[in-house]
Design a protein. Sequence first.
Length: 71
Amino acid sequence: MDSTKRANFKRLAEARGNKVLKDLRLVGNLANRHNYEYSDRDINILFSAIEQELRAVKAGFQRNKKHEVKL
């Protein structure tokens, strides 16, 4: 693998991963019922969308893994 591609992946994966984690923590802040009003349905819709997108992204990595050249 090209070391530049590897370095780019590591740099971007760390930055983007950290952003996702920060944003998930911010979503977690919505659980505070003193500041927000929501229903179980609202929560189910929110987490269904998050989980669906996570599965789609993970599947993209799995598809690309199948195309790796075995040495």
